[in-house]
Design a protein around this ligand. Structure first.
Ligand code: IPE
Length: 268
């Protein structure tokens, strides 16, 4: 079984302050996934990020921050708007996947899990398994959730990976981003940034500043933190660049791809 996360920076224009799909990228990636599934009958879960659909409303309404209950109605509207925004993106993603002959089914994250202090607390994984057993490709996504202590929170697609990675024992986890992997510094702002072939600790990343300022789930550091957490459980993952043509097909197909392996056993 494979878990593939399509970052919001890959399928949307993440620098846009309004929702903007990157249709060409999404469609090319869907073709690559479809070509892989034509040859291999493997189980696949796709998780996608929120990009410019989910981050702006989540930031505007400060979803996940403590608030005064006198503001609850305003916060509920913010929750609803964010949920609608990511659901809209999800419908567009599903539309492209299904057009490319991928039997994708949408699983609304905020309808299947709850959190406690921003961490997943309950999750109906059974349903995900049933869809997998019937040959579907379940698609989950970064979303909002009812939170036991904060009333509401944001759940990143990366946290969903960590959770499913722990409980479903996947053969491969792929995080498709818009850079070649994990660097010691932000490669978008530092030309001397160095790419890690293998990463096992956050210590090497001290100089890293977040990729965008609209990101409410911690940018690249937030993603790596989730994957490092998973590596402690003995589950490895790859960070690759989905903007490079055929990278998604090649990594699914077990071919060599430039990127970063996140594991607790790098050979130093
Ligand atoms: C964020 O999900 C969810 C919301 C903002 C509602 P992700 O953290 O997985 O999204 P990307 O990949 O950074 O865009």
């Amino acid at each position: 079984m494979i878990i593939l996360k399509l970052g919001g920076s890959v399928i949307t224009d993440k620098n846009s302050l309004t929702a903007k799909l990157d249709f060409d990228n999404l469609n090319r990636i869907a073709v690559e996934i479809s070509n892989y599934l034509k040859s291999y009958d493997s189980k696949l879960i796709i998780i996608h990020g929120a990009g410019s659909f989910g981050h702006p409303p989540a930031k505007k309404y400060k979803i996940g921050e403590k608030f005064n209950l006198s503001n609850y109605q305003k916060k509920r509207i913010g929750f609803s708007q964010t949920q609608l925004a990511v659901k809209t993106l999800n419908s567009q993603v599903l539309n492209v996947l299904i057009k490319n002959n991928i039997p994708a089914v949408s699983i609304q994250t905020s309808s299947i899990l709850t959190t406690n202090n921003k961490r997943i607390d309950s999750f109906n994984i059974d349903l995900v398994n049933k869809y997998l057993d019937e040959g579907y490709v379940p698609v989950l996504y970064g979303d909002v959730a009812i939170d036991k202590s904060l009333k509401m929170a944001v759940v990143s697609g990366d946290q969903i990976i960590t959770y499913l990675g722990k409980y479903l024992n996947p053969d491969k986890i792929i995080l498709a981003s818009d850079v070649d992997g994990v660097y010691n510094k932000n490669p978008k702002t530092n030309s001397d940034a160095k790419l890690f072939k293998c990463l096992s600790s956050l210590k090497d990343l001290e100089q890293f500043d977040s990729t965008t300022n609209i990101d409410v789930t911690g940018g690249m550091i937030g993603k790596i933190r989730e994957l490092l957490e998973l590596s402690k459980e003995g589950v490895d993952s790859f960070v690759i660049n989905a903007n490079t043509k055929n990278n998604i097909f090649n990594i699914l197909n077990d071919d060599e791809v430039n990127g970063t392996l996140i594991t607790n056993k790098c050979n130093k």
